[in-house]
Design a protein around this ligand. Structure first.
Ligand code: KG4
Ligand code: ZN
Length: 343
């Protein structure tokens, strides 16, 4: 019989609870806080933490009811224990501990990034080791995933994450947030060859990336193109298309390098919100003959099903956590095995 897990996620601005039976997602409820933070131009940690506290039990209740199950039907509880905004992580961990204590169910703490990085094994038959490119608003890294607790960082951004660059460029061009989908929509009617934006760090060995110079180049192009203080619509579309192509090409070239560093990879996988971008997806697909796995968007962005899955993989290795499980604002993936040893 497949194990049934309750997953809980609250590390940023989405409160989420999910029920997983084996690889079957019985429910995956995500309560987004975008509206709460919109007027502040970014996530406000105190507001996020309070909202998680208010919403966690509602999300868990909704996830159980959608799955048609009770808490006592669960075999275990998996919860994000970091990294993330500490107030939110604390809310989730405390809530999970209370549920575990009340029910006697085993609990396992999960690294949020491990949740993203293991998602391809939830959606597809991907064998270890594989290469994962994690590209979101907060993260950009190449990982060799060798097991549920085996992550090696091969490289990543030295400044902004690509999603952050999309969001900032949208802001510079007067487009609404989140910027990624807006820039992509604008780019559809743009000429990607009009502006020759930089492809940063291509001259450097390895697979580190940088996106802050690209943003500055966009700012310069915008300022140079203003006519009577306004940016012509076609120019805006051309900037979006040229910027998007620069990101796609840079990610593709560096992915090729990362694959060279991981010759035994069985697949090339991507996760994170930026993986929703069609131009980027297409560029990455062409990088290798290995199977290319990009989970559906709903599982690429923050959600509790990926936490339940990562928890199931950790439980299978014998990991368990007790009341001493500590929420961690920082928790590098390469050290993923260490904190749980002996627990
Ligand atoms: O993974 P995610 O939902 O959240 C975290 O960052 O954890 O990623 C959100 C990021 C945002 O920066 C958003 O602008 C970007 O992903 N994004 C996109 C697209 N859709 C979302 N970037 C480029 N093209 C898109 N279609
Ligand atoms: Zn995330």
């Amino acid at each position: 019989m497949s194990q049934i897990l309750l997953g809980i996620e609250s590390s940023c601005d989405d409160t989420s609870a999910a029920v997983l039976r084996g690889r079957e997602i019985l429910s995956n409820v995500v309560s987004s806080q975008t509206d709460l933070h919109a007027r502040y131009g970014g996530v406000v940690p105190e507001i996020a933490a309070r909202a998680h506290v208010e919403r966690l039990d509602l999300c868990v209740e909704a996830a159980l009811s959608e799955a048609g199950l009770e808490l006592t039907d669960m075999d275990a509880i998996a919860v994000t224990a970091g990294p993330g905004l500490i107030g939110g992580v604390m809310a989730g961990v405390t809530f999970a501990k209370a549920l575990a204590m009340a029910t006697g169910l085993p609990m396992v703490g999960v690294n949020h990034l491990a949740g993203h990085a293991l998602t391809p094994r939830l959606t597809d038959d991907v064998a270890y080791p594989y290469l994962m490119l994690l590209v979101s608003g907060g993260h950009c890294q190449f990982l060799r995933v060798g097991g549920p607790d085996q992550f090696a960082r091969l490289g990543g951004t030295i400044d902004d994450a690509p999603g952050e660059a999309f969001d900032k460029v949208a802001k510079l061009l007067g487009l609404p947030q989140p910027g990624g989908p807006m820039v992509e929509a604008e780019a559809r009617s743009g000429d990607a060859t009009r502006f020759d934006f930089p492809r940063p760090l291509l001259d450097r060995p390895g697979c580190d990336l940088s996106f802050s110079g690209l943003k500055t180049a966009v700012l310069r192009a915008r300022d140079k193109s203003l006519i009577d203080g306004a940016l012509p619509a076609q120019t805006r579309a051309d900037i979006c298309a040229s910027f998007q192509t620069a990101i796609a090409e840079t990610l593709a070239r560096k992915s090729r390098r990362a694959l060279e560093l991981c010759p035994e990879a069985t697949a090339f996988c991507v996760a994170g919100g930026v993986a929703a971008n069609q131009t980027i997806r297409t560029a990455l697909e062409e990088v290798t003959d290995l199977p290319f796995v990009a989970p559906p968007l709903k599982l690429c962005t923050d959600n509790a099903a990926m936490i339940a899955w990562a928890g199931a993989e950790r439980l299978a290795l014998g990991y368990r956590d007790g009341p001493e499980l500590a929420p961690r604002p920082r928790w590098p993936l390469d050290s993923n095995a260490a904190p749980m040893l002996g627990s």
